[in-house]
Design a protein around this ligand. Structure first.
Ligand SMILES: Nc1ncnc2c1ncn2[C@@H]1O[C@H](COP(=O)(O)OP(=O)(O)OP(=O)(O)O)[C@@H](O)[C@H]1O
Ligand SMILES: [Mg+2]
Length: 142
C-alpha cells in the first residue's frame, strides 16, 4: 500500500493530478478523513488532471453529487457527510459509483456497499502537513 506526505495544499492538489492518470477513464476514488483534511483539495487536483477547471469543484455538501464534464469523460463528485447509510443506499449512489466516469467520494467511510477496484485513501493531519495513506477498500467499515 502506498503512502504520501504532502507539506501543503498545493502538494495535495498535485498528488490528485497524478492520481487522475490511474483513475481515468472509469475509476473510483474513496476518500476518508476528518473535516478539513484535504479531501476536496485532492479532488480538485484530480479534476485538473482530467482537464476540468479545479475551481468548479467544491464540497458538494448540500447537493450530495456534482457532475463535471471534461474532455475525456465525466468526474462525479460525491460528499456523504450529511447522509446516513440508509439514505446513501436509497439514493441510487451504487449505480452511479459502478458506472462510467471518474468517481470521487468524500466521507467514503459512510458507503454501505463495496466498490470493487476502487482506490481508497485516508488523509490524516500531520501538523500542517497531511499523511495520505492507501487503504484496502475492502477493510473500510460497511
Ligand atoms: N497538506 C495539505 N493538504 C491539503 N489541504 C491542506 C494542507 N495543508 C493545509 N491545507 C488546508 O486544509 C484545508 C482542506 O480543506 P478541504 O475542503 O479540502 O477539506 P475536506 O477534507 O474536503 O473537508 P470537508 O470534510 O469539510 O469536506 C484547506 O483550507 C487547505 O488549504
Ligand atoms: Mg470536502
Amino acid at each position: 500500500m502506498r503512502s504520501w506526505r504532502t507539506a501543503d495544499a498545493g502538494a495535495t492538489h498535485e498528488l490528485g493530478r497524478i492520481l487522475a492518470r490511474e483513475l481515468a477513464p472509469d475509476g473510483a476514488l474513496l476518500l476518508s478523513g476528518e473535516l478539513g483534511a484535504g479531501k476536496t483539495v485532492l479532488v480538485q487536483g484530480v479534476a485538473a488532471g482530467l482537464g476540468i477547471d479545479p475551481a468548479s469543484v467544491q464540497s458538494p455538501t448540500f447537493t450530495l453529487q456534482a457532475i463535471h464534464g471534461g474532455p475525456g469523460g465525466e468526474l462525479l463528485h460525491f460528499d456523504l457527510y450529511r447522509l446516513a447509510p440508509e439514505e446513501v443506499a436509497a439514493a441510487g449512489f451504487e449505480e452511479s459509483l459502478l458506472g462510467p466516469g471518474v468517481k470521487a467520494v468524500e466521507w467514503a467511510e459512510r458507503l454501505p456497499f463495496r466498490v470493487p477496484g476502487a482506490l481508497a485513501l485516508r488523509i490524516v493531519r500531520d501538523g500542517d502537513a497531511r499523511r495520505i495513506e492507501e487503504i484496502d477498500p475492502a477493510a473500510a467499515p460497511v
